[in-house]
Write a protein that binds this ligand. Structure first.
Ligand SMILES: *[C@@H]1O[C@H](CO)[C@@H](O)[C@H](O)[C@H]1NC(C)=O
Ligand SMILES: *[C@@H]1O[C@H](CO)[C@@H](O)[C@H](O)[C@H]1NC(C)=O
Ligand SMILES: *[C@@H]1O[C@H](CO)[C@@H](O)[C@H](O)[C@H]1NC(C)=O
Ligand SMILES: [Ca+2]
Ligand SMILES: [Ca+2]
Length: 967
C-alpha cells in the first residue's frame, strides 16, 4: 500500500487544505499567525533557558542583569545579556542562532522521516513508556556528547527529543486534564507512570464538526487518567473506544469514536487548546533543558547553545620533513591568538605519511600550546602526504562554520578524498584556507635562486596541478589558497589573525578563471568595521574606487583608501571605512579570487532543503545539494543587533555575472524562506540584500552579505532514512537511496567516516526507474566511550564523474544506561534567620549519595551566593558519601543543590530558611526523588507573556509537496 505522510504538530492543516481541494483558498505565502510550531516552541524555550543561565551566572559574579525573561526574547538580546564585556557593535549572535537552527531542523526531521509513522516518537497510541524511553535515552546522548565536546551531535539529538516531548502536549489529554505545568515524569525514568489508561479502557466519544470540547469521557477526566490519540494513515485500526489523533491523514478518526483530540493547530479537533498546549510545551522544553544544564554545567550549556563570541582556531599541519619553518610559524601565530584571547576553542590535526591525526579538540589553551609545541618535522617519505585525511578529521571535528587553516608544502596523496572533503565543506559551511609554502631549492632540491627579488624562481614541492586542487577546495568553501615562500610565511599569516576576529562577515567574493578586464562592485553598509579585501592570483593588477570616487591602485602600498600588503600570490588590502558602493577594477588574464570581509553583527546562515516524497517510505527532509531543474527551497536566518529586513536573496554565479532570483517569504524572528523555481546548473554563492533601519535617515540603508560556501545543484539525490545510534560492539546498517531522473543509470558510491568504524558499503548502484538502494555497515569497537560521534559521508558519483551528490550522517555512540536514579541528599540546616538578615547567617550540612548507582560526580549550588565545600568519605555499607557544607547570609535564604551522577542523572535538593509560605504546593507531575526541606512554593508569575509566534515554516515547506500529492 502506498504510504503518504502528513503532519503532526502544524502542517496537517496546510496539507489537508492542499489535499481537500482547498487549493483555491490556500495562500501559500500568507501564513497563519495563530499557529505555534515546533520551531517556535524550541526557539522560545532555548532563548529563555539560556537567558536564565546567564542571569544566574551574573548573579553569582555579582553583575547586574537587566534582561526581562519572557516569550518575546530575541537571540541578539540574549547574546548581549550573556556577553557583558563585549562591544555590542561587534557582538554577533550568528553562532547562537545557528545552534538554535540546528536543534529545530532536527526537531522537524522527526516528522520528515520514517519516524513519522512511529507512534512513540509522537506519544500517539498511548505509547507513554516508549515515548519516555526515547526522551531519556536521547537525553543521555546529549549529555555524553557534550562531555566528548561533540556539540553538533548533541544538538541533533536534542532537536529530536524535543519533538517527542512537545508532541505529548498536543497528542495526549494532559491539557484537557487541566494541567498547566509540564509532566515531569516524562524526563524522570525513575518515577513510575500512574493513571495510564488501560488498553481496554474506552477514553473517547465522537467528536463531530471539529473543535469539540467534550469527546473525552467524563470518567477519564474525573479519574485524571492519561491517554493519547491513536494515529494511523493506513489501516485506521484502533482499540475499541479509544480517542484518535484526528485530522485528514488519521484514518482511525474516521472510525468510531469519530474525530480526535490533537491540538496541533487551532484548526485541529482540540484546536481551541492549541495555544495552551504550546505554552506548556515551551515550559516542558525548558524543564528538559534545565535537566541537561544540571548535568553538563552552565559553561558547557552556553557552548551547547553556541553562545560564544570568540572563534575556533583550527589548524591542520603537515609534519613531514620539510615543514620545520611552517610549524614554527603556525606555533607563533597560534600563541599570539591564544595570548590575545581571540579564540575560545582550539583544534589541531597533524598529518604526515602514512599517518595522520589524532584530532585535538580543546578549550584549554595551555594544552593546545603543548600539543602544537610538541609537533616536529620528520618523515613523510615521497613527496605527496596525507593532507585531505587530516582535513577530513578537522571538518568533522570542528563546529560548523569554522575557519580552518591547512599548512603544507606538498600535494595530497589522498586526493581521492576530494569529494568527501567537498561534501563536508558544504554540509558544515566551514571555510578552509591553505597556506602553501614553497621550498627554496637549498632545502630539498637544487636551486639557482640566490637573488632576493620578486622574480625568484621557486622550486615547489606542490606541483601546479596539486596547487590547483587545493585552490578548487579553498574556493569551494570560500577560503583562499595562499602561496608564499617559507621565508615570507610570517607576512601571509596575518590572514589568520584577521579571520579569528569576532563578528567576521563576507561582503563579497568572486573567482575568475581565466581572469579578464572587469569591474567588480559591492555594497558597504555603516555597520561594517575593519573592511579587508583579499586578492589571490599571479600578476594581478587592480585599482580600487571608494563611494566618493577616490582611487588607489595596486602599485600604491599606502594610499588614500588604505594599505596594501603583497606577499606571494596574496594581496591583503585593509580599507578605510566608507559606506556606499565600492568598485574594484581588476585587469589580469590569470585566474584570481577576490574576497571582501568586514566585521559586523549583520550576518546570515542558510541551508537548502529537498523535501522528498517516496511512495514507499514517506516524506523526508534532505539537506544535500538541490536538484538541477527542480524547485529548491532555501531556509535562511539573519542576525543583527539592530532591526534589519531582507529584501532580496539571489544565487549569484561564483565565476560570472549570472544571477538567479527566487520568491522570498518572511517567517518572522529573522528567518526567511526562499524558493527558486528552477535550480540552474553551475556554481553559486548566496547573496542577501536588505535594509538596515537607520535612526538618522528616513529611508534606511542597504546592506549586502554573501555566503562563503559555493553551492551547486546536482541531478541526483542521496538520502539516508531513519538513522539510529551506535552501541559499542554492535554492528549497524545504514540504508541509503540514490535517486536521479537523469540518463546515467550507474553510480559509484564512496563512503568515508572519521573514526574508522566503517566495515562495508555498496560500491556501485544501478538505478531502476530512477532510484536504487544501498547500505553502509558500521561497528564501533566495544570500548568506544559513550558520546563519541562518527560522521559518515556517503557520496554518489555518476559513472562519468560529471555529477555527484552526498549525504552526511552523524551518529552518536551510546552504551546502555542502567543507572536511572539521580543522587539523593539528606541534610540539616542550622542558624537563626529571624532578625535582620545581614547580621545573621545559616548553614547546611548534607550527605549526598548515589546508592547502587554510578556515583556522585558533581555537586553545585544554584540560587544562593554562599560558600560551598564538599568532601567524600566511605560511609556505612561501603557507600561513597559526598558531604556538603554550605553557609550563606540570611539575606540569601534559598539554595538549590544540583547533584549529578556519573551518567548524568540530575537530582535537585531544595533548601530554604524562609518562613514556610502558606501558598498552595506546586502541582508538579511527580514528587522530587530527593529529600526536600521546606520548599519555596513555585508561584507562576502573572501576565505570562503571550507568544509572538513567528510564522510557520511548515505551511510553506509543505506547499512544495503539492506536486507529489496530486500525482
Ligand atoms: C511557564 O513557566 C513560567 C515561569 O518559568 C510561568 O510564568 C508560566 O506561567 C508557565 N506557563 C505555563 C503555560 O505553564
Ligand atoms: C579595526 O579597526 C579599528 C579602527 O576602526 C582599529 O583600531 C583596530 O585595530 C582594527 N582591528 C583589527 C583587528 O584590524
Ligand atoms: C515546484 O515544482 C513543481 C513542478 O516540478 C511545481 O508543480 C510546483 O508548483 C513548484 N512549487 C513551487 C513552490 O514553486
Ligand atoms: Ca609522502
Ligand atoms: Ca545514579
Amino acid at each position: 500500500m502506498p504510504k503518504m505522510a502528513g503532519s503532526r504538530w502544524l502542517p496537517i492543516a496546510a496539507l489537508s487544505v492542499i489535499l481537500c481541494g482547498g487549493v483555491h483558498t490556500f495562500k501559500p505565502f500568507t501564513f497563519d499567525q495563530r499557529q505555534i510550531s515546533h520551531g517556535d516552541i524550541t526557539e522560545t524555550a532555548i532563548l529563555r533557558k539560556t537567558a536564565e543561565v546567564c542571569r544566574d551566572l551574573a548573579q553569582k559574579e555579582g553583575r547586574p542583569f537587566s534582561l526581562t525573561i519572557d516569550n518575546r526574547l530575541s537571540a541578539s538580546a540574549v547574546q548581549a545579556a550573556c556577553s557583558p564585556d563585549s562591544d555590542p557593535s561587534l557582538l554577533s549572535s550568528i553562532k547562537f542562532k545557528a545552534a538554535i537552527m540546528e536543534v529545530y531542523v532536527n526537531n522537524w526531521s522527526v516528522d520528515l522521516s520514517l519516524h513519522f509513522f512511529d507512534a512513540e516518537y509522537h506519544f500517539d497510541n498511548e505509547k507513554f513508556v516508549e515515548g519516555r524511553n526515547l526522551i531519556t535515552q536521547g537525553r543521555s546522548i546529549v549529555k555524553n556528547s557534550v562531555k566528548e565536546e561533540s556539540f553538533l551531535s548533541a544538538r541533533v539529538t536534542l532537536g529530536k527529543i524535543c519533538h517527542t516531548l512537545q508532541d505529548f502536549y498536543s497528542h495526549s489529554n494532559w491539557i484537557e486534564l487541566k494541567n498547566q505545568v509540564p509532566f515531569s515524569t516524562l524526563i524522570k525514568p525513575d518515577v513510575n507512570f500512574i493513571n495510564l489508561a488501560d488498553k481496554n479502557t474506552a477514553t473517547c466519544t465522537d467528536c463531530i464538526g471539529g473543535n469539540c470540547e467534550n469527546n473525552i469521557l467524563p470518567e477519564i477526566l474525573s479519574a485524571k487518567t492519561l491517554t493519547s490519540g491513536y494515529f494511523d494513515v493506513f489501516s485506521g485500526k484502533k482499540p475499541p473506544g479509544k480517542c484518535s489523533h484526528g485530522g485528514f491523514f488519521d484514518r482511525t478518526s474516521k472510525q468510531k469514536p469519530l474525530g480526535g483530540i490533537s491540538k496541533d493547530t487551532t484548526d485541529s479537533d482540540h484546536g481551541n487548546r492549541h495555544v495552551d498546549a504550546a505554552n506548556v510545551a515551551i515550559n516542558a522544553t525548558m524543564e528538559l533543558l534545565e535537566d541537561i544544564r544540571g548535568a553538563i554545567g552552565d559553561i558547557n550549556f552556553l557552548r551547547l547553545m553556541g553562545i560564544t563570541h570568540s572563534s575556533v582556531l583550527a589548524f591542520v599541519i603537515d609534519t613531514t620533513g620539510s615543514m620545520f619553518d611552517d610549524i614554527e610559524e603556525a606555533k607563533r601565530v597560534a600563541f599570539s591568538i591564544i595570548d590575545s584571547k581571540q579564540a575560545s576553542a582550539y583544534i589541531l590535526v597533524p598529518f604526515n605519511d602514512p599517518e595522520f591525526g589524532p584530532l585535538t579538540r580543546t578549550t584549554d589553551a595551555d594544552l593546545f600550546k603543548q600539543r602544537i609545541t610538541a609537533l616536529g618535522a620528520s618523515g613523510g617519505g615521497d613527496e605527496p602526504e596525507m593532507c585531505l585525511s587530516g582535513l577530513q578529521l578537522a571538518l568533522t571535528g570542528a563546529p560548523p562554520s569554522s575557519e580552518i587553516f591547512v599548512f603544507t608544502d606538498a600535494s595530497a596523496k589522498d586526493i581521492y578524498l576530494k569529494s568527501t572533503v567537498l561534501s563536508l565543506m558544504e554540509s558544515t559551511k566551514s571555510v578552509v584556507t591553505f597556506m602553501l609554502t614553497k621550498v627554496f631549492g637549498a632545502r630539498r632540491r637544487r636551486s639557482n635562486d640566490n637573488n632576493q627579488g620578486q622574480q625568484q624562481q621557486f622550486s615547489s614541492r606542490v606541483s601546479s596541478s596539486a596547487s590547483q586542487e587545493y585552490q578548487q577546495l579553498a574556493q569551494a568553501s570560500g577560503g583562499l589558497a595562499i602561496q608564499a615562500s617559507k621565508a615570507n610565511l610570517p607576512q601571509a599569516t596575518s590572514i589568520i589573525l584577521d579571520s579569528t576576529t569576532s563578528a567576521l562577515v563576507t561582503l563579497f567574493q568572486a573567482v575568475r578563471d581565466p581572469g579578464k578586464d572587469e569591474e567588480l562592485i559591492f555594497m558597504v553598509d555603516p555597520s561594517i568595521r575593519n573592511m579587508t579585501a583579499y586578492i589571490t592570483g599571479n600578476s594581478v593588477t587592480y585599482s580600487i574606487q571608494n563611494p566618493l570616487g577616490v582611487l588607489q591602485s595596486s602599485a600604491e602600498p599606502n594610499g588614500p583608501l588604505g594599505s596594501i600588503q603583497a606577499v606571494g600570490n596574496l594581496n591583503r588590502i585593509q580599507l578605510n571605512q566608507q559606506e556606499g558602493l565600492w568598485k574594484i577594477h581588476i585587469s589580469s588574464t590569470q585566474p584570481y579570487q577576490l574576497k571582501v570581509t568586514g566585521r559586523s553583527t549583520i550576518d546570515f546562515i542558510f541551508t537548502f532543503f529537498n523535501i522528498l516524497m517516496d511512495p514507499l517510505k514517506g516524506m523526508e527532509l534532505n539537506e544535500g545539494r538541490p536538484q538541477v531543474g527542480k524547485n529548491a527551497t532555501l531556509f535562511l536566518t539573519v542576525t543583527s543587533n539592530t532591526p534589519v529586513s531582507v529584501t532580496e536573496v539571489l544565487l549569484v554565479e561564483a565565476s560570472g555575472a549570472g544571477q538567479t532570483n527566487g520568491t522570498l517569504q518572511d517567517l518572522g524572528l529573522g528567518s526567511y524562506l526562499m524558493t527558486v523555481d528552477t535550480m540552474p546548473e553551475g556554481v553559486f554563492n548566496v547573496r542577501v540584500t536588505g535594509m538596515l533601519a537607520s535612526s538618522s535617515r528616513s529611508s534606511g540603508t542597504l546592506f549586502q552579505r554573501q555566503s562563503n560556501i559555493q553551492i551547486k545543484a546536482s541531478n541526483l539525490i542521496v538520502s539516508v532514512q531513519g538513522t539510529s545510534n551506535l552501541e559499542p560492539g554492535v554492528p549497524i546498517t545504514i540504508p541509503f537511496t540514490v535517486r536521479s531522473p537523469g540518463s546515467s543509470p550507474l553510480y559509484l558510491i564512496s563512503v568515508r567516516d572519521d573514526k574508522n568504524f566503517l566495515q562495508t558499503f555498496t560500491g556501485t548502484l544501478k538505478l531502476v526507474n530512477g532510484s536504487a538502494e544501498g547500505s553502509v555497515n558500521l561497528i564501533a569497537p566495544g570500548d568506544t566511550p559513550s558520546g563519541t560521534d562518527v560522521t559518515v559521508t556517503i557520496t554518489a558519483h555518476s559513472s562519468d564523474n560529471s555529477d555527484s551528490n552526498y549525504a552526511v550522517v552523524r551518529l552518536s555512540v551510546i552504551s546502555k544506561v542502567t543507572d536511572i536514579n539521580p543522587p539523593v541528599c539528606q541534610g540539616n540546616m542550622m542558624g537563626n534567620c529571624s532578625g535582620t538578615c545581614s547580621l545573621s547567617s545559616w548553614e547546611l550540612s548534607a550527605n549526598v549519595t548515589d546508592v547502587n548507582g554510578t556515583g556522585v560526580t558533581s555537586v553545585s549550588a544554584r540560587g544562593g551566593n554562599g560558600t560551598l565545600n564538599s568532601t567524600t568519605f566511605v560511609g556505612e555499607g561501603g557507600i561513597n558519601v559526598t558531604q556538603v557544607f554550605y553557609s550563606a547570609s540570611c539575606c540569601a535564604p534559598d539554595l538549590e543543590l544540583v547533584v549529578v551522577d556519573a551518567v548524568g542523572n540530575v537530582g535537585r535538593c531544595i533548601y530554604s530558611v524562609r518562613a514556610p509560605s502558606t501558598g498552595a504546593a506546586p502541582s508538579t507531575g511527580s514528587a522530587p526523588s530527593t529529600s526536600v526541606l521546606p520548599t519555596v512554593p513555585v508561584t507562576p508569575s502573572k501576565g505570562a507573556a503571550s507568544m509572538a509566534p513567528h510564522l510557520s515554516v511548515w505551511a510553506s515547506l509543505l506547499i512544495i509537496l503539492k506536486a507529489f500529492i496530486v500525482m
